[in-house]
Design a protein around this ligand. Structure first.
Ligand code: ATP
Ligand code: SF4
Ligand code: MG
Length: 393
């Protein structure tokens, strides 16, 4: 990077460690208070509750889960837009959990965010060029001429005509606005980008264009992404690893391929079963696993396993007391594949998993024998009637 910081973006300074981000035991609680004159603390919304993950430089971690499970809160806490209640965030080898002032501003320059709604996230009173160049102003990078030049360059990088820089957000389409959001995130040559549902508000036809743009930019600038979505079908295309989140916790963490091939948490199996298959003949034969009820309140999560109120596996196993008595921790069942379920061994090769993955029984059950102590032996059933081929990747 030049002295002005305006040279073409380059891979971030490396500390010799491939791990760019390490989150350990992170908790973000929002206090619930009552009373107007005297505020009493009566509880907490446990939006993120003991989350640990590692993000390697130049890779994408997809974060999925239903609405309200804490994805955005986790993303914002990582960027230090929310102060963590407990735990540790390490960025490029530096503990940033409690960083403040100039030190935090300096780290923030290397971590940017792309927002869900390109309509709401762009200031309607600023020109597109002003929006893209704003981070350069905030971080006092370059003089006016250099900033203008950098803004033009950024427009070209994201596939926008630089002569549009004087236009206002309402003069752009949804896809173009998201490109402006991407250009703004890129302005200060970040290492990490938290993309919070960046395509959810876009037309389906535009979604693929933005995904392709993000993938191209990742290769070009060695970017690291935390890609948040509520839909597994979106993240599995772009992610190297996927973390499935439920009620403030990560319940499954695996490579994208591993999760698609062999989901091991009942919740992940249900999410995968909801992805439509393009072939109508196959789709019509498939059974969806419908999760009953809503996600419980993060202010009062169920005792034991947080998923127990909606779990199809628990029901199938005859409601073992362990599900309501003991909080399952993430444990590695296969290399790089961790799951937080006492009975995950029962999922491997189960009819429900086979419905989703369509794998023949012979390849199922790569997980070790059951250590759950729940009494039920690991099953290796024949393919379920109507088992379907894997969903299109
Ligand atoms: N500033 C806040 N104050 C209090 N509660 C909050 C705050 N922000 C989020 N929450 C609560 O924390 C929980 C997690 O919210 P969060 O927005 O992180 O979920 P999400 O997974 O991003 O959901 P969505 O898919 O709808 O964006 C929710 O119950 C939400 O109501
Ligand atoms: S621990 Fe029990 S309730 Fe939780 S996911 Fe596993 S089977 Fe379901
Ligand atoms: Mg969100």
């Amino acid at each position: 990077m030049s002295e002005s910081g305006l040279a073409p973006a380059a891979p971030g300074v490396t500390n010799g460690d491939e791990r760019l981000l390490e989150v350990t035991g992170l908790k973000v609680y929002f206090p619930i208070t009552r009373g107007i004159v005297i505020e009493r603390h009566i509880g907490d919304v446990r939006a993120v509750d003991d989350v640990s993950l590692t993000l390697r430089r130049g890779t994408t971690l997809g974060l999925v889960g239903e609405s309200g499970c804490g994805k955005s809160t986790l993303g914002r806490a990582i960027l230090r837009l929310y102060q963590p209640t407990a735990g540790r965030i390490s960025f490029d080898g530096q503990d940033i959990t409690t960083l403040g002032g100039a030190a935090l501003r300096s780290v923030r320059r290397r971590m940017q965010m792309i927002f869900q709604d390109p309509y709401a996230s762009l200031n309607p009173r600023m020109t597109a060029g002003g929006i893209v160049g704003e981070p350069l102003d905030i971080h006092s990078i370059g003089n006016r001429g250099e900033r203008r030049q950098r803004v033009q360059e950024l427009f070209e990088i994201v596939g926008l005509d630089p002569t549009f820089a004087e236009r206002y957000p309402h003069e752009f389409s949804g896809g173009q606005r998201q490109r402006i959001g991407v250009a703004r995130a890129l302005a200060v040559n970040p290492d990490l980008i938290v993309a919070d549902e960046p395509i959810s508000a876009l037309d389906v036809s535009i979604q693929a264009q933005i995904i392709n743009l993000l993938e191209r930019l990742q290769g070009q600038f060695n970017l690291t992404y935390l890609f948040i979505a509520h839909d597994l079908s979106v993240v599995r295309h772009i992610s190297d690893q996927i973390a499935v989140m439920y009620l403030g916790r990560i319940v499954e963490l695996a490579s994208s391929k591993g999760l698609n091939r062999e989901p091991l948490h009942p919740y992940s199996v249900a999410l995968l079963s909801a992805i439509p298959i393009p072939d109508p003949a196959v789709e019509s034969r498939r059974r969806r696993i419908i999760l009953r009820g809503d996600v419980p309140s993060p202010a009062a999560p169920p005792p034991g396993c947080r998923f127990n109120t909606r779990c199809w596996l628990r029901e199938r196993l005859g409601n073992p007391s362990r599900c309501t008595d003991e909080d399952p921790q993430l444990r590695e069942l296969a290399t790089g594949h961790a799951v937080a379920c006492h009975f995950a061994e029962e999922v491997a090769g189960s009819p429900e998993q086979l419905q989703v993955t369509g794998r023949p029984a012979a390849t199922a059950g790569s997980a070790p024998e059951s250590t759950s102590g729940g009494g039920a032996a690991t099953q290796s059933p024949s393919p379920a009637p109507g088992a379907v081929p894997p969903p299109a990747r």
